[in-house]
Design a protein. Structure first.
Length: 366
């Protein structure tokens, strides 16, 4: 028998998170820069995290930080228990000393990995950045409530300085600082959403700002191409500004989500992705790598795919990811202090509405 999710969850946030996770999976399976232009997932996920952090901080800052860290790290520890011995067993010529391996326990910087382990470790920058933003949230929220607009702009200004002086913090720390600054403004805009400040802005103003940020990000990428050309993912300032535009538009409105409960397959899928979001994120690149590795041994080239090899690879990757989610997803239940279960699907009770931002007036009509 499946567990139930009680009413009160913000299904709009759940839907945005599901779309963001699926877009990340698609981007790594089909690395097309255009997918970033359609939906900048990382900025959206950090904005959702910032918004959800505010309510917890108001109850108890220390408890809020502990709760977020507790939910984040157990899935990483399970990955470490699997991956680190495999990397050592397969040969790790430049293996770091054991103190560096402690980053797999508390990832204040990217955990080290061999070439074999990189498909898994390459996505861990997100957890590192999320952890730092959680730890900084009590200070950031205090600053935001004193000086809201300057606090939103502060990470962006810092990112521009870091871009001008890239060697300030060195390679390892510089990468961490860059990511925290690149997504810090999106995180703080999450504060603005939960505090009701975005809802106070006129729709025309928000749409104008959002359009200006999207155009500004694209313009920056065009005028300041980097090593990856005009690919936004390789241009931190451009991607940060571009992401801010999407976050402004997506968090200004809170559409009713009653219809989702009536579309049972889609509703169940959104719940499943949210229940196993950390597992899907951590392991999706491994599943994609496994699919590519298995293509020749399974002689799948014999299948008359007529140029659909990528679709076959992706199907195998989804099957591998499903196995991983069923095998390891229960760790997220324990991290959330729920009874562990194999099935990622749950039964919801009642309709769930978007959570209104605290102190927010009714949204203006569009």
């Amino acid at each position: 028998m499946s567990d139930t999710i009680t009413a009160g969850r913000d299904r709009y946030f759940d839907t945005l998170r599901a779309v963001a996770i699926i877009r990340v999976v698609l981007f790594h399976a089909f690395p097309l820069a255009a997918l970033e232009l359609v939906f900048p997932s990382m900025g959206v996920m950090f904005a959702l995290g910032g918004s959800l952090m505010v309510k917890s901080l108001d109850r108890s800052a220390a408890r809020a930080v502990r709760s977020r860290v507790r939910r984040l790290l157990p899935a990483l520890w399970v990955m470490a228990l699997i991956l680190v011995p495999l990397m050592i067993q397969r040969g790790w010529p430049d293996r770091p000393s054991w103190p560096h391996l402690l980053l797999w326990v508390l990832p204040v910087a990217d955990p080290p990995a061999s070439e074999f382990g990189y498909p898994a470790a390459g996505v861990l920058w997100y957890l590192v950045t999320y952890l730092w933003l959680v730890l900084l949230s009590p200070v950031l929220l205090s600053l935001y409530r004193r000086w809201n607009l300057p606090t939103v702009l502060l990470p962006l200004f810092g990112l521009m300085l870091l871009t001008a002086y890239p060697d300030t913090f060195g390679t390892t720390a510089g990468w961490v600082v860059q990511n925290v600054l690149a997504f810090g403004s999106c995180w703080i805009l999450g504060f603005a959403h939960r505090e009701g400040d975005l809802a106070k802005l006129r729709p025309a103003v928000v749409l104008g700002l959002a359009a200006a940020c999207v155009a500004g990000g694209l313009g920056w990428a065009y005028l300041h191409p980097g090593d990856t050309g005009t690919d936004l993912t390789g241009l931190p300032v451009a991607y940060a500004v571009f992401s801010i535009g999407f976050v402004l538009a997506l968090l200004r409105w809170a559409p009713r989500m009653d219809w989702l409960a009536r579309v049972r397959p889609l509703d169940g899928f959104v719940s499943m992705v949210n229940n196993r979001a950390v597992t899907i994120y951590l392991w999706h690149n491994v599943a994609i790598t496994v699919a590519v590795f298995l293509f020749d041994p399974l002689k799948l080239w014999r299948i008359p795919t007529q140029g659909l090899e990528s679709a076959v690879d992706f199907t195998i990757a989804l099957a591998a990811l499903a196995v991983i989610v069923l095998t390891l997803g229960w760790v997220e239940d324990i991290a959330a202090r729920r009874p562990p279960r194999v099935s990622p699907f749950v039964r919801r009770r009642g309709l769930q509405q978007p959570l209104a931002p605290a102190h927010a007036p009714a949204p203006a009509a569009v």
